[in-house]
Design a protein around this ligand. Structure first.
Ligand SMILES: Nc1nc2c(c(=O)[nH]1)N[C@@H](CN(C=O)c1ccc(C(=O)N[C@@H](CCC(=O)O)C(=O)O)cc1)CN2
Length: 302
């Protein structure tokens, strides 16, 4: 699903793809409700007042309800104790109306994010961040898959079809994007390299990539002359910068430079970002189906 070419590269329209995916999820939800009388439910927990997180959580609630699912929002003050947050997660784990649980990141500094994430029932861990889901993904077993990498994989499959044998370079080694992205690409039989800020000759390595995934969190770090002609570039970065007296959102890739060389590229905004929430809804429907032993709709999981 592409829109017009720009400087040679096709622009991958993540916004349109995400909208189609949400419609598919809504159809699956309607079917579950009609056939079984069950409405999938997603609980989102926000601790503190981080402005970007507040926007993401609001959007998650809106899109959850638009898909016909139940949305449970828990907004806690920044000074909430970790024990109180763990007690809430315990209640959500036991609640039969809740099929997915998500704790919005980042958490305040006094909390141990790993301990919080690992307190979520892995079957309800629709973020796919629990250590059990990370292990299942790493060993090629059925897992809940982190939303952003899952969205990237869907865009890549839609663009390229079979990914087998392609050279993929993932720049970034976070648990949320870089590592699961690499596992997913490996699962699709790519030859995968995980690179990072300390990789030697990063530019040269990127030039060998048929698929380049940038998830490093540095504005426009990947330059046009790092891109192999015809490559598919997936830009996960969302960086707010000041430029010409205005605040702008830019990716980890120098879009203009890369679009002159690449075969296809995701824009920022409108590329990977919208896929994150669409895949969260898909994971919630998947979790509900798995919890009840019902078949999962096609095309929602990895
Ligand atoms: N528990 C989680 N926390 C965070 C996650 C996550 O997947 N799980 N990811 C990010 C934030 N995030 C969702 O939570 C998210 C980020 C960006 C977008 C998005 O649609 N971006 C738009 C631009 C939006 C803007 O103008 O700011 C785009 O790229 O087009 C959706 C969700 C960190 N925390």
């Amino acid at each position: 699903m592409n829109i017009a070419a720009r400087n040679g590269a096709d622009i991958i329209d993540g916004k349109a793809f995400a909208s189609a995916l949400r419609a598919k999820v809504a159809a699956g939800v309607a079917r579950l409700t009609a056939e079984h009388g069950i409405t999938p439910g997603l609980a989102v927990v926000l601790v503190g007042e981080d402005p970007a997180s507040q926007v993401y959580v609001r959007n998650k609630g809106v899109q959850t309800r638009e898909a016909g699912m139940a949305s449970f929002e828990h907004k806690l003050p920044a000074e909430t104790s970790e024990a109180d947050l763990l007690a809430l997660i315990e209640r959500l784990n036991a609640d039969p109306d809740v099929h997915g649980i998500l704790v919005q990141l980042p958490l305040p500094a006094h909390m141990d994010a790993d301990a919080v994430i690992n307190a979520i029932d892995p079957a309800k861990d629709v973020d796919g961040f629990h250590i059990s889901n990370a292990g299942l993904l790493a060993t090629g077993q059925k897992a809940m898959v982190p939303c952003t990498p899952l969205g990237c994989l869907m865009l890549l499959r839609d663009r390229l079809g079979d990914l087998a044998g392609l050279n993929a370079v993932v720049v970034g080694r976070s648990n949320i994007v870089g590592k699961p992205m690499a596992q997913l690409l490996l699962g699709d039989s790519c030859t995968v390299t995980i690179a990072h800020s300390r990789t030697k000759d990063l530019a040269g390595l990127c030039r060998g990539a048929d698929i380049l995934v940038a998830a490093v969190g540095r504005p426009r770090m990947i330059r046009g002359d790092w891109i192999r002609p015809g490559a598919t570039v997936i830009d996960v970065g969302i960086n707010r910068i000041e430029e010409d007296g205005k605040t702008r959102l830019v990716g980890d890739v120098d879009f203009e430079g890369a679009a002159a060389v690449a075969g296809a590229i995701t824009p920022v905004p409108g590329g990977v970002g919208p896929m994150t929430i669409a895949c969260l809804l898909a994971n919630t429907l998947t979790a509900c189906c798995r919890a009840n032993g019902w078949p999962e709709p096609d095309g929602l999981a990895a």
